[in-house]
Design a protein around this ligand. Structure first.
Ligand code: EPU
Length: 426
């Protein structure tokens, strides 16, 4: 348990590159599954136990938010116990500004109290990230929704079933709708839903709470329950953390066994990694990754909704392709502004040009240590990966972004042989 570890905004990493990652690493529970599951506890009056919870800033902030709403929450190791004695339907703004996922309190608060006041969310600076689809869903479900003074005010007089089709596929939008509908006893249909494994993990939890949910292609049929029950649930492994270590193994020409990683959640990532020159084998309850060929091949990558290639792996693959033998093209189709890491990678000697939503990565022979700045969670991970192969010392600042989503990253990397230290400005 590291709940005593206090991350600060002045933390930075110093990485000495050049050591291949070798050994075993345990994959943590998925951040993006944990957050909606924590918010689902708002729906019930019964106790809930969530296991395999990663200790991350976003998780701690969600726990704070639940406590502010009146819940009793205990975090011990990777277990979180919630007694949802919630007595408020207003989130305040302090925490929601730090974390876009706080929008996920809207569905369950409205479901439980018929009213919700939720601060407009913040989060990584990776694009405009509107919440219009969330709001359109709640309006079509009969809620009155108003946005004023930085808050979303929502209320519903009589909860009823709804047939709603999302105009675009949204992960938290789908989750918010499911969270709300789990408390509506009439049948509802959602179309054009997100099918990310994290959404499906939430579906499992909502079923444990008593909702009937059937997913057919991109359609979900839901019949909720007046009194959602408490539950015990173990969070799925984090496919993005696993994917990040997989890239690390190939990039550094090492060999890493990812214990607990689920290859079924990583199909598109494994396919690309193999195309570029990685060797990926299923091994007991994990995945073993190394390099198949001496040189890395360039690739074309387009980010897509699941089961396509995840936007959350785009930055890490950019680091990998920086050292490929030729020119790669990466097209970002989910977020319009998720290439901040390109200019930082260029400081390390990469040769990347960005035009609109496309990055052209001309492979170079070597990267060199320098001082770089993290701009968002996955961008930070890409810089750490690049630092692991760069010649000399790389300093990565603003790693608070990384602390939102990677559990004990430096400890895990050190176990694999990396020379990485967390330092702090006085
Ligand atoms: N969008 C809208 N309107 C909406 C909702 C989304 O236009 O109402 C747009 C977004 O601006 C974006 C696209 O739709 O261009 C997809 O956004 P989505 O809603 O799916 O993203 P999200 O739910 O905000 C989650 C993850 C992200 C991950 C994306 C895509 C959580 C807490 N966050 O975000 O994770 O990148 O899905 O898979 O689940 C991360 O972990 O680093 C991270 C950013």
């Amino acid at each position: 348990m590291t709940s005593t570890t206090l991350y600060t905004y002045s933390d930075y990493f110093v990485v000495e590159g050049g050591i291949p990652l070798r050994g075993e690493v345990e994959v943590s529970g998925a951040k993006n599954a944990t957050l909606p599951i924590l918010f689902s506890t708002i729906l019930t009056e019964e106790d809930c136990l969530i296991t395999n919870v990663p200790d991350l800033l976003d998780v701690r902030n969600t726990i704070k938010l639940l406590r502010n709403l009146g819940a009793e929450v205990e975090q011990a190791g990777n277990k979180v116990f919630v007694r949802p004695t919630i007595n408020s339907f207003t989130t305040g703004q302090e925490i929601v500004r730090l974390m876009r996922a706080s929008i996920l309190s809207l569905g369950p608060l409205l479901g439980r109290f018929g009213r919700a006041v939720v601060g407009l969310p913040g989060g990584c600076s990776i694009g405009a990230r509107p919440v219009d689809q969330h709001i359109k869903f709640f309006q079509s479900a009969g809620a009155k929704v108003e946005i004023r003074n930085g808050y979303i005010y929502a209320s519903v007089d009589k909860k009823r079933g709804v047939h709603f089709s999302f105009e675009l596929i949204t992960v938290t939008g789908t989750e918010n709708a499911l969270l709300y509908l789990a408390s509506v006893p009439e049948e509802s249909v959602l179309e054009n839903i997100a099918l990310e494994p994290e959404v499906m993990d939430l579906v499992e939890v909502l079923k444990k709470m008593g909702a009937e949910i059937e997913v057919r292609g991109r359609k979900a049929i839901i019949k909720g329950t007046e009194r959602p029950r408490g539950f015990i649930h173990s969070v799925i492994p984090d496919r993005i953390e696993a994917g990040t270590f997989m890239v690390g193994a190939v990039l550094t020409d090492g060999e890493v066994l990812l214990k607990g990683a689920n290859p079924d959640h990583l199909g598109s990532v494994i396919k690309k990694l193999e195309e570029i020159g990685g060797k990926v084998e299923k091994n007991g309850d994990g995945i073993k990754v190394s390099r198949r060929e001496r040189s890395l091949k360039p690739a074309y990558i387009e980010t897509e909704v699941y089961p396509g290639f995840p936007t959350d792996m785009q930055a890490q693959f950019m680091s990998l392709l920086s050292l490929a033998d030729g020119r790669s093209v990466i097209r970002e189709k989910i977020f319009e502004n998720r290439f901040h890491h390109a200019q930082e990678l260029n400081r390390l000697g990469a040769c990347i040009t960005v035009r609109g939503n496309t990055a052209y990565v001309n492979g170079v022979k070597e990267l060199y240590g320098a001082e770089v700045y993290s701009t968002d969670l996955r961008a930070s991970a890409s810089l750490v990966l690049a630092g692991l192969v760069a010649k000399g010392k790389t300093t990565i600042r603003n790693i608070y972004h990384l602390d939102r989503g990677y559990e004990k990253l430096e400890e895990k990397l050190r176990k694999l042989g990396a020379r990485i230290e967390r330092e702090r400005e006085d």
